[in-house]
Structure formats: C-alpha cells, structure tokens
Design a protein around this ligand. Structure first.
Ligand code: CAA
Length: 260
C-alpha cells in the first residue's frame, strides 16, 4: 500500500523517511502516525537496510507538532486515545531494531520535538527551532513528552521548556544535549549521510542489542536495566560479528559485519 503523508526512499543500507505535509509544516495527524507505524514494521523485516534517516518535507519544518486542526475536534476520550497512539509510535521508533537518525531541517515543535527525541541521533540545521509550545494551546506534551524530555535532558531544563513554551535555537538544543550536532542548513544532508554511513558500517546485531540495553537504561530501574544489558551483551558476544570484529582488530584490517 502506498504512503500519502510519507515519502520513502530505499537505498540499502539506508532508508530515508520524509514526513511530507509541507503545507501543514508536516504536522502529525492520525494518518502520519499510522503510516509511520506501517513503515517501521515493514523496515523491521528488511534485511538489507541498516539505518533509517528521518526528516521533514519542504524548506521550513521538520515537524511543527501534532495537527492542531485535527486535535481541536477531539473529545477527552479521543485525545487520551491519541496520546497512547502517539506513544506507541515513539516507542516503535526507540525499539526499532535499527538506528534512527533525525535530520532536523526546521521547526521541531511539540510532537515534532518528541519525534526527534525518539530517534537515536539528532542532527540539526543551524536554522532549526525547538520547543514545547503546547501550553499556549491549553494543553501540554501529553504523548509521553514530559517523561521523555525529563529522562533525556534532566528535570530542570525539562520543566522550563514545558512550562514556558518558548522556542529555542538549535545551538541551545545542543547545549542542553537535545541534539548531537548542529550544522549549517546547506550541510545537513551531508552531515546526516556521514552519520548514517558510520552506523551502517557497524554490526546490525550489535546495534540492535545496544539499543535494547540503552532503552532499558532509559525505561527500567537500575537492576532490571543491568540484567537486560548483560543479556544483550551476551548475545553480541555469541555472534559471528563479534568474532569477526576482534579477529579484524588482531589482523589489522577493517571488519566486515554481516549481522549474524
Ligand atoms: N497543526 C496544524 N497545522 C499547522 C501546524 C500544526 N501543528 N503548524 C502549522 N500549521 C499550518 C498552519 O495552520 C498554516 O496553515 P494554513 O496556511 O492553512 O493556515 C501553515 O501550517 C503554515 O503555518 P503558519 O502560517 O502558522 O506559519 P508561520 O511561519 O506564521 O508560523 C509556526 C510557523 C511558528 C511553526 C506556527 O505555525 C506554529 O506555531 N505552529 C504550531 C506549533 C505548535 O503549537 N505545535 C504543537 C502542537 S500540539 C502537540 O504537538 C501536542 C502533542 O504532541 C501532545
């Protein structure tokens, strides 16, 4: 089935997913959520892709948040159901067996900042703007947005961002640890491609298990996270890729990882 709100470009080892509703600054409506879930499920079964790059269509926005026109019509029960649906999408991104890189090419507001935070690596154009403006609408980022930002950047900055609703620059986002790299807008594609290339060169099995351990560290308590870490580490240790990585080091050559 074709996608209407997403543009997919599959060039193994890379899958590029563009959220493509530029006239609404790529706002997240129900269809975007549904199509993202479908694209992630299809990519999880694709043995040839190793990295997913996520960006926004058009010149101005990564994602300007939830679709306010759609949200304005919702009842309380529908709004709560939408929250769970959104969380399901962000969970699917974090739990995707391959790394996700966000190329943040413009506004990353509300649900747009959340979608960026659900990626593994975030690279922003110097012109991008961030923020949780929901408070101006009489709501707050209730799609898991308070929880995730607290865990990613710590409670003091998270509180100010949620309560003040101010937009802030890519540079500020980098200072807060919310993005990993800021580049001139014209260099965003190249910078994101370089990170994707690096990730694609590592063992897909190791990357998958490492993401599992990192997710556990974010989501579970100390002992549970450590138990998952050791188990995920054991799986890496049992792999052909681990043997290849260590053999390649000893033979002073680059490793060739096959995901086994
Ligand atoms: N939902 C729906 N449509 C949106 C949108 C959104 N989040 N953001 C922008 N648009 C639409 C505008 O309505 C406008 O469409 P029309 O031409 O049909 O009127 C078009 O995109 C261009 O936007 P503007 O004319 O507003 O552009 P601007 O340059 O004046 O302002 C902006 C840009 C500052 C990003 C402004 O559009 C804005 O503030 N957008 C809303 C941002 C926001 O509040 N996001 C949070 C949403 S709530 C949320 O995300 C909740 C959650 O997850 C739990």
């Amino acid at each position: 089935m074709a996608y209407e709100t997403l543009r997919l470009q599959r060039r193994p080892p890379l899958l590029t997913v563009t959220i493509d509703r530029p006239r609404a600054l790529n706002a997240l409506n129900r269809q975007v959520f549904d199509e993202l879930l479908r694209a992630l499920a299809a990519d999880a079964k694709d043995a040839e892709t190793r990295v997913l790059l996520l960006t926004g269509g058009g010149e101005r926005a990564f994602v300007a948040g939830a679709d306010i026109k759609e949200m304005a019509q919702l009842t309380r029960a529908e709004a709560e159901a939408r929250s769970w649906r959104g969380m399901h999408v962000y969970d699917a991104m974090r739990q995707h067996p391959k790394p996700l890189v966000a190329a943040i090419n413009g506004y990353a507001l509300g649900g747009g900042m959340l979608i960026a935070m659900a990626c593994d690596i975030r690279i922003a154009a110097d012109s991008a703007e961030f923020g949780y403006p929901e408070i101006k609408l009489g709501i707050f980022p209730g799609t898991g947005g308070t929880v995730l930002i607290n865990r990613l950047i710590g409670p003091a900055a998270a509180r100010a961002i949620c309560l003040l609703g101010e937009r802030f620059s890519a540079q500020r986002a980098a200072e807060l640890g919310l993005v990993n790299q800021v580049v001139p807008k014209a260099e965003l594609g190249q910078a994101a491609a370089a990170v994707c290339d690096r990730l694609a060169g590592y063992s897909p099995l190791t990357v998958r298990e490492l993401k599992r351990a990192l997710n556990a560290a974010l989501e579970q308590d100390f002992d549970a996270a450590r138990a998952i870490e050791v188990e995920a580490y054991g799986r890496c240790f049992d792999s052909e890729d681990r043997a290849e990585g260590m053999r390649a080091f000893l033979e002073k050559r680059p490793p060739v990882f096959r995901g086994r």
